[in-house]
Ligand binder design. Sequence first.
Ligand code: ZN
Length: 69
Amino acid sequence: MNKRWTIGGINNFVEKNSDSTLLSTEFNGFSQKLLFKCSCGNNFEKTFKKFKNNNQRKCEVCQPPKASR
Ligand SMILES: [Zn+2]
């Protein structure tokens, strides 16, 4: 079930599944932080693992790490 991700595949995923844009041009593994541009204009860093599995697909302004109640 381990799909091998490439930077192109990630770029596709980001385009189709989020409003953010991928700025990084290299992917060196799931522990690497990738640079994204949020739809609000902010840049943010996130590992692809978090981006994909934890649904953290926006910057911390649009999507704070901890939802305040
Ligand atoms: Zn944002």
